[in-house]
Design a protein around this ligand. Structure first.
Ligand SMILES: Nc1ncnc2c1ncn2[C@@H]1O[C@H](COP(=O)(O)OP(=O)(O)OP(=O)(O)O)[C@@H](O)[C@H]1O
Length: 350
């Protein structure tokens, strides 16, 4: 990162957890009452992208003493097996080899959680539920040491947890629901103002440029990315005009970051959809996406994946909210999907 305008790059990084959260007092209080050795409640946190679900939870975990914590990002650990390995790794602070059977991992986790209060966070749980069903949640909801465990599930707005899991799982889990509402423009303004104050040199950002960013998106993650890209590229001062010039670059960096734990095929697939979207005002058929994806693979001399795998990749792009899909059932082709791009904020590709 260039340092011309930036005095401290940390507050602009995705993993930076702020000490002050703008307007989330109620959520902070709820989390501190519900998580920890005095509680065995399970929680389901839900809300649109960037509303602070992950960082508010991590902040709460950081404040707990004498407690084991396991954080699992289900985007990467999207099967019961991978998630259990990740949990055991967190609990033992040692690598866990792949030779174990699922039931061995479950037993070891039960042993560990019996000794000391444990908080298990399953972030972006929709990826695991979509890919592998609810067997992990069922196991967690029936563990022996329920009184010593908090299970926290976090999901985006589209998941209906109660519908997605079996009734027996939901009724033993009984998660306390916490709903996070989207931010207003003023709240996004306050969030980026705070980041600008902490990371930029004095008098390097015009107020109108922050107002402009806050008018473009209610997602603070994207807003912070806009500020960061603007700060890295401006000469002396960030003006509204400068933000307008770097918007597309910032959007691309934001999307790269969302996709950085996925494969190159996800990127190629999104590129195929972008190209199709440029040439049509209506929705895109899945068959056209496959074709266009295969053409792109060929032009890049890469082997393309099967339709079955590409279908799973499309679902993941949908869960990342980068595309919207409408499903149609019946007819000669069985289940079909119509797709359109869904870029964050009020952005579309020019
Ligand atoms: N109230 C707030 N005050 C300050 N910063 C915030 C606030 N809410 C969110 N942020 C910042 O916005 C970014 C996104 O937050 P976070 O990752 O916690 O959101 P999320 O709801 O988990 O998003 P997603 O569902 O997309 O994973 C982070 O940089 C976080 O620090």
């Amino acid at each position: 990162m260039t340092r011309k305008l930036i005095s401290d790059p940390e507050p602009l990084q995705p993993e930076y957890i702020p000490s002050n959260f703008v307007n989330r007092e109620n959520t902070k209080t709820a989390l501190s009452n519900l998580i920890g050795p005095d509680s065995s409640r399970n929680i389901h946190l839900q809300g649109p992208e960037g509303t602070g679900k992950t960082h508010l939870t991590l902040r709460q975990l950081n404040q707990l003493d004498q407690v084991n914590t396991c954080y699992v990002d289900c985007k990467n650990s999207d099967t019961q097996y991978k998630a259990l390995r990740q949990m055991l790794q967190s609990l033992t602070e040692e690598p866990v080899n792949t030779g174990y059977h699922t039931s061995d991992l479950q037993r070891k986790i039960e042993e560990r959680t019996g000794a000391i209060h444990t908080v298990i966070v399953l972030d972006e749980i929709e990826f695991l539920l979509e890919n592998d069903g609810d067997s992990l949640l069922y196991f967690l909801s029936r563990m022996e040491n329920q009184s010593k465990v908090n299970v926290i599930t976090i999901s985006n707005q589209s998941l209906n947890l109660q519908k997605q899991v079996e009734e027996r799982t939901f009724s033993s889990l009984q998660p306390y629901p916490i709903q996070l509402e989207p931010y207003t423009g003023e709240e996004v303004y306050d969030i980026i103002l705070d980041r600008a104050r902490k990371s930029l040199k004095p008098q390097t950002v015009q107020k109108s440029s922050l107002t402009y960013i806050a008018s473009k998106t209610t997602n603070p993650r994207l807003a912070i990315q806009l500020l960061k890209t603007a700060a890295k590229t401006a000469d002396k001062i960030i003006t509204e005009n400068h933000v307008q010039q770097i918007e597309e670059k910032a959007l691309n960096e934001y999307i790269d970051q969302l996709l950085n734990t996925f494969t190159e095929h996800h990127t190629i697939l999104l590129q195929a959809i972008e190209e199709l979207a440029e040439n049509t005002d209506t929705t895109i058929q899945t068959g056209d996406v496959y074709e266009s994806y295969q053409d792109l693979c060929q032009s890049q001399e890469r082997e393309s994946l099967s339709n079955r795998r590409i279908s799973d990749h499309l679902k993941q792009l949908e869960l990342l909210n980068l595309i919207k899909a409408e499903y149609h059932y019946g007819g000669t082709k069985g289940k079909t999907r119509e797709i359109r791009l869904n870029y964050p904020g009020s952005y579309s590709k020019s």
